[in-house]
Write a protein that binds this ligand. Structure first.
Ligand SMILES: [Zn+2]
Length: 288
């Protein structure tokens, strides 16, 4: 007896095979049978004819950190088939939230009806878990949160003791279950950081076998320098790198993309772990 039986859907199993029409039997939270299932004994039966059935999608670049606390939590992503989200990208995460950075964030999430009553990742996680999330979250810690907590929005390099403070804050969040670090090197306060600061933090990412994602310093006029910078930070610290929403902005910069790919391929050839994600964007001129 199945708990759920889905009949006659076009099943895409995620292995790269073409869709095959099949029945899928589920017991508890496990798929126990895929194929022509004769039995119709199930608590719930869905007629899958005319539908695709596939594993949940992973959204590799998301900013749902605060949205998942709004009502109903996570609903919009689940309806799109997303079952796992990587949150906390572009240097901005829901924790830690301290000092000026917290004040700024409190204002910006008010419209969602979310009241920030946490300071660190452990407390945020408790709030999120109490909401009963319908999907998996892979949380990153924003470099902006760390710098903002220690230095506010000051436009200068971090001193040795400030870097130490950021490292301590970050290590604590990694111990609490964060998956890595994200930086937003185009936004304040991340834009004020030098490579040394990012490399120190990434040494901690490496210790925890985490991932480093970055909204790089330029996505147009200084794209090549920005790619060089982020690859060099990852190389120095030995971390896995995810270049966020890779693109080249402005028609005069379009020719740079082949060189960007070459640089990524070179890093891969050297044994580095580098990947990138993209989002679909239409420029006004080239709208299909
Ligand atoms: Zn971004």
């Amino acid at each position: 007896m199945f708990d759920v039986l889905i009949k006659g859907a076009a099943v895409i199993d995620g292995t790269g095979q073409k869709a095959k029409v099949a029945d899928v039997g589920i017991k508890g939270d496990s798929i126990v049978e895929v194929g022509q299932i004769e039995s119709i004994e199930a608590r719930e039966i869905f007629d899958g004819r005319g539908y695709f059935l596939c594993p949940g999608f992973i959204d590799a670049h998301s900013h749902s950190d605060f949205n998942i606390l709004a009502e109903p939590p996570g609903g919009s992503k689940i309806k799109q088939g997303v079952t796992t989200e990587v949150c906390g990208n572009c240097g901005l995460s829901a924790a830690p939230l301290l000092g000026d950075y917290k004040k700024q964030r409190k204002k910006s999430v008010k419209a969602l009806g979310v009241d920030i009553n946490w300071a660190d990742f452990k407390e945020y996680r408790q709030v999120a878990e109490q909401k009963g999330l319908p999907l998996n979250i892979l949380p990153l810690i924003g470099h902006g949160n760390l710098r903002g907590a220690v230095m506010g929005y000051e436009n200068r390099k971090a001193s040795a003791s400030e870097k130490k403070e950021m490292n301590v804050l970050f290590e604590k969040e990694m111990k609490e279950g964060a998956w890595g670090l994200s930086s937003g090197l185009i936004y304040p306060p991340g834009v004020y950081a030098g490579q040394d600061e990012l490399i120190e933090l990434n040494h901690i990412v490496k210790e925890f076998n985490g991932v480093y994602t970055s909204h790089i310093r330029s996505e147009g006029d200084y794209l090549i320098d920005a790619i060089d910078e982020v690859i060099s930070v990852a190389k120095e610290s030995g971390v896995s790198l995810q270049i966020s929403h890779l693109k080249t902005m402005g028609e005069k910069n379009w020719h740079k993309l082949p060189l960007v790919f070459k640089k990524i391929e070179r890093a891969l050839d050297e044994g580095m772990d580098v990947a990138a994600d993209r989002y679909p964007l239409y420029s006004g001129k080239h709208r299909p």
